[in-house]
Design a protein around this ligand. Structure first.
Ligand code: NAP
Ligand code: ZN
Ligand code: ZN
Length: 349
């Protein structure tokens, strides 16, 4: 077994603290990655606070992992020692159901995808531990290639925030001529702005934070709407083809659905603890749609990383020491992060 240093939440609503555990030995198809950086996703916070129910403790969060391969199993074909590598939100799935066969492992229909943390390994049932740790063992099939053209710390958030916004933009073939609204300028939101703009859409940020306007424009947004300002909101009524909703807190969807034009689609990405209420009248009058999307498959995650390398797209980050993780959570809750915290695992000691 491989001794591993980490930070873990011992129980729901208890601060994260240093934690030691053992990773499995490197199997024939596994790679061992020394983790250099790990992004901090709002899903980490939802899960360490058990806001979705069923959390497994102790929990080592983290599913925006980048680092360098330090060992490979005998059968590994696509990675060698010294390669940069990334791991996102899943580390396994059944591999045989129609979703897995289609490269949509996140929608695995038998075992479900195995989360990088707060999941259980298929077979052994052992809990999975994430990227707030010194190293990780992952089957090469669930490991991504990372370009050395981009700044590594700023690549980490692409593994969740990047793919979660890239996948729906591709699924709905967003491009020139489309008006896209991005609700919430946080980790997911700022990646949605960069990616949708790179794909040629007109992008509007719909934010509760007036002080984010200059940043939004810098990130590539064409317009900025303060959603608490009724007049500003009215100026974009019946306007959008698509709205990517990345908001992490409960909110009244009606006002936002009215921003969709006829046949417009709101794609739910954020997962607030409580379910939203929707009145049929907000949909039927303009044949509007509400959809949802969960991260992206492994092949599409690789496509997104390659797209970002080609277009020089990375995350805007605040690099933190792992000892500051609890404070970072408090700041993220207030929407006070520009625009993703990334943990420097060298600070794990
Ligand atoms: P984040 O960085 O905290 O960003 C969320 C943003 O939502 C905030 O910056 C804020 O933007 C806005 N917001 C927060 N509270 C609000 C409120 N009460 N009313 C209106 N707006 C509010 O979080 P994130 O990491 O981007 O994650 C966002 C959500 O997506 C989380 O629920 C997370 O679990 C979920 N998620 C889903 C997937 C998926 O596969 N579908 C993947 C990853 C994450 P403004 O200041 O601009 O208003
Ligand atoms: Zn995430
Ligand atoms: Zn499957």
């Amino acid at each position: 077994m491989l001794p591993t240093k980490a930070y873990a939440a011992p129980a729901a609503n208890v601060p994260l603290a240093p934690f030691n555990f053992e990773r499995r030995e490197v199997g024939p198809h596994d790679v061992l990655i020394d983790i250099h950086f790990c992004g901090v996703c709002h899903s980490d916070l939802h899960q360490v606070r058990d806001e979705w129910g069923g959390s497994i403790f102790p929990m080592v969060p983290g599913h925006e992992i980048v680092g360098r391969v330090s060992s490979v199993g005998a059968q590994v074909q696509n990675f060698k020692v010294g390669d940069l590598a990334g791991v996102g939100c899943m580390v396994d799935s059944c591999r045989t159901c129609s979703s897995c066969q289609d490269g949509l492992e996140q929608y695995c229909e038998t075992t479900g995808m195995v989360g990088t943390y707060n999941g259980r390994e298929i077979g052994s049932g052992a809990p999975t531990y994430g990227g707030y740790s010194s190293r990780i063992v992952v089957d090469e099939k669930y490991t991504l290639k990372v370009s050395d053209k981009l700044e590594l710390a700023r690549v980490a958030p692409l593994l969740c925030a990047g793919i979660t916004t890239y996948s729906p933009l591709r699924q709905w073939q967003v491009g020139p001529g489309h008006r896209v609204g991005v609700m919430g300028l946080g980790g997911l939101g700022h990646m949605a702005v960069k990616l949708a703009a790179a794909m040629g859409a007109e992008v509007t940020v719909l934010s509760t934070s007036p002080n984010k306007e200059a940043d939004a424009k810098e990130l590539g947004a064409h317009k900025f709407v303060v959603t608490k300002d009724k007049e500003q909101l009215k100026s974009v009524s019946n306007y959008f083809d698509f709205i990517l909703n990345t908001v992490s807190a409960p909110l009244d969807l009606a006002a936002y659905l009215n921003l969709l034009r006829r046949d417009g689609t709101m794609i739910l990405l954020g997962v607030p603890p409580e379910a939203p209420q929707v009145h049929a009248f907000n949909l039927i009058g303009k044949r509007r749609r509400i959809a949802g999307s969960l991260i992206g498959g492994i092949a599409e995650t690789q496509e997104m990383l390659d797209f970002c390398a080609e277009h020089n797209i990375v995350s805007d980050i605040e690099l933190i020491n792992i000892a500051d993780i609890n404070e970072a959570y408090e700041r993220m809750l207030k929407g006070d992060v520009k625009y993703r915290f990334v943990i420097d695992l060298a600070t794990l000691g």
